[in-house]
Design a protein around this ligand. Structure first.
Ligand code: WT7
Length: 632
């Protein structure tokens, strides 16, 4: 069933959209050159796509100038950023002029600490102003930011600091989650003390979110606020090559080691700007609220770079949807007249449980575009969001993309592409998805297969930090001639895409990517466990939950499950805690010793009818043993 077509005062009509799609297909070079002009360049690029060397390769620019300086003349007094603190009555508004000054001050502090072009700076913060400011300050100096999600464990942080060769860290004394305090600084201290011989961190700058004192290491740690206050409010911007890295962002794949995805400057920023304008129908006066943490790619592209490069107004909210009560988000939308609201299916599922009465107590009529990202959304959650929150008036964009793509790839365009509930619909102009069978043959028409992308696009990641070979083998080698996304999809008779989920061993918990191998590696380090397998199974609230099968060295050990959970949360983070740990005598394996995940998944889901041919297993009897253990 499709919803009635909503054409309001949207920027694009269906025929505009068709014209863009046609031009992008017929003359990609000219199309992307035109899109490149949405940025302000120091030296304009002579071509868009170069052979091999990335996008707009001979262009030079600075990303912070594109997000700040170039708006000063036309909209210096416009609000760039509204920061809503945890306390309901605390709001900070920064105009473009204010934000520019704050970013310059931060850049000067970083420079005084020896940071210059190419250096890596880690940002490990709750949702406070210094996060956005820190990112743009790095961009101003040509330093490469590495934003670390607040939920990472010290182990996970240490791995990323070491791999990136980070020289300076910006963190906070604590983060606030409702009444709780999250110990950012002490988590960072633990990370820094784990394997000091692998680290290059010289300075730790600490934001005071509250008055709580934290231990400071002399010679390494400093409070940031006093340094910022003394700093000069202007700072020249470095001229960067289009293909110089703007940031690294770590994400999970099918190996145990997280990959530092490298995004460039000109191509990435063009993509962030292009997709933000197109997908969210960006118009003057919009108040754009993307609820993602800046620790994820969504926060990079749609809290910071997309909306600010387009001169928009962003909202940042420090608090949680459920504190002090479950109406908090609706109150934020009402008080700041949010027009564009971009969030996750996980959040929608949680808010849906609170019923329809609560959101109806708020005036949500400022909303005109609703968006979701990160995981498949059910038709039920789609319709609830559309109807109860959007009042049936809003454009709805279910956006499919990934850390590696830099920005949105498949999504409706408001006013131009008719929605179908729970479908990501059609590729954006210039994006060319294909579906392949497992032999790598391209499938036509209405079908289902592995989702790949043909050709390149400006937002595509440049490489994996320190490991270009892994970039080639992960994305370009599996289906030669196509870029492999790791997802499966169905295409219907209208050419619409319906993402079915990962086809590799990546588990998507509340929109967070976790590799099975990351969990298995964490358990391999726990002496009491000999072997394990981590599996994703459907979960009502989180989308997917993690189930672990573990073989114990001594099955009579009384605390195996607790040890397993602790090993995972210590190595990866609390967000990767499994729903269930089953201690089993063995794992189902083929005769060549390969774990049969398909069977473990079916057993964990209770789908024990039709387990298929078990004769290829080394020990078919293990299947009944597992079923008995799981069914308890
Ligand atoms: C994976 C990428 C994209 C920014 C946030 C996550 C899944 C993403 C959708 C969607 C179904 C989706 C895919 C993808 N995913 N968007 N609209 N419908 N699945 O970025 O951490 O790199 O994860 O998230 O499986 O591969 P990420």
């Amino acid at each position: 069933m499709s919803t009635p077509f909503r054409s309001g005062a949207f920027r694009l009509s269906p025929s505009d959209y068709r014209a863009l799609t046609d031009t992008a297909r017929q003359n990609p070079e000219a199309y992307w050159q035109t899109q490149g002009t949405r940025l302000e360049w120091v030296n304009a690029p002579s071509s868009a796509q170069d052979t091999g060397n990335g996008w707009f390769a001979d262009g030079t620019l600075n990303a912070s100038v594109n997000c700040l300086d170039r708006h000063l003349e036309t909209r210096g007094d416009q609000t760039a950023l509204i920061w809503r603190a945890e306390e309901a009555d605390h709001v900070v508004r920064l105009t473009y002029r204010d934000l520019h000054a704050r970013v310059c001050q931060m850049a000067n502090v970083l420079r005084a600490h020896g940071i210059s072009r190419g250096d890596r700076v880690a940002i490990h913060l709750p949702t406070v102003l210094e996060g956005v400011i820190g990112m743009l300050a790095c961009a101003r100096l040509g330093a490469i930011h590495v934003v670390l999600f607040g939920g990472f464990s010290p182990e996970a942080i240490a791995d990323r600091l070491a791999d990136s060769g980070t020289a300076l860290v910006i963190t906070a004394n604590v983060g606030r989650r409702g009444a709780k305090r999250i110990p950012f600084k002490t988590t960072m201290d633990s990370a820094l003390s784990l394997r000091p011989e692998t680290l290059f961190v010289r300075s730790v700058l600490v934001v005071s979110v509250t008055d709580e004192p934290v231990p400071m290491q002399a010679g390494r740690d400093e409070m940031l606020t006093p340094l910022l206050e003394k700093a000069e409010a202007s700072c020249p911007a470095e001229t960067m090559a289009s293909t110089d890295p703007l940031f690294l962002l770590y994400t999970s794949g099918s190996t145990g080691k997280p990959k530092g995805i490298v995004h460039g400057t000109g191509g990435y920023l063009t993509w962030a700007s292009y997709t933000h304008e197109l997908v969210f129908d960006h118009q003057p006066g919009d108040v754009f609220w993307c609820t993602a943490d800046i620790g994820w790619i969504t926060g990079h592209s749609y809290v910071v770079y997309g909306p600010l490069s387009n001169g928009g107004t962003i909202l940042l909210f420090e608090g949680m949807p459920s504190h002090p009560g479950p109406g908090r988000w609706w109150e934020v939308i009402q008080s700041h007249k949010v027009t564009t609201f971009y969030t996750s299916p996980t959040a929608i599922r949680a808010l849906m449980r609170e019923g329809n009465e609560l959101p109806r107590q708020y005036d949500l009529t400022s909303l005109r575009v609703l968006g979701t990202v990160g995981e498949p959304i059910s038709q039920e959650a789609w319709s609830w969001f559309d109807d109860v929150i959007g009042g049936g008036r809003c454009a709805f964009v279910d956006t499919w993309w990934q850390t590696e793509s830099g920005g949105i790839m498949i999504s409706p365009v408001p006013g131009a592409v008719k929605e179908k509930p729970a479908s990501a619909t059609l590729p954006l102009p210039g994006v060319h998805p294909v579906l392949l069978d497992d032999k790598g043959q391209v499938l036509d028409g209405a079908t289902e297969g592995v989702l790949c992308l043909d050709g390149s696009w400006p937002g595509r990641a440049l490489t994996i930090w320190n490991d270009d070979t892994l970039f080639q083998t992960t994305y370009l080698r599996p289906y030669p001639g196509h870029y492999f996304t790791g997802d499966g999809a169905r295409r219907d008779e209208d050419g619409y895409y319906w993402i079915t989920g990962r086809v590799d061993d990546v588990i998507n918990v509340s929109g967070h990517r976790i590799g099975s191998a990351e969990i298995e590696d964490a358990l391999a380090a726990e002496h009491a466990i000999v072997e394990s397998a981590a599996i994703g199974i459907p979960h009502d609230l989180k989308g997917q939950g993690i189930v672990v099968y573990a073989v114990a060295r001594d099955p009579s050990h009384p605390e195996l499950e607790m040890l397993a959970v602790r090993a995972i949360t210590a190595k990866v983070g609390r967000y990767a805690a499994p729903e269930k740990v089953y201690i089993v005598p063995d794992l189902p394996k083929t005769r060549s010793g390969k774990n049969v995940r398909r069977l473990m998944r079916k057993i964990a889901c209770g789908e024990t009818d039709g387990l298929g041919d078990l004769s290829t297993l080394a020990d078919p009897e293990i299947v009944d043993v597992l079923i008995r253990i799981v069914q308890g």
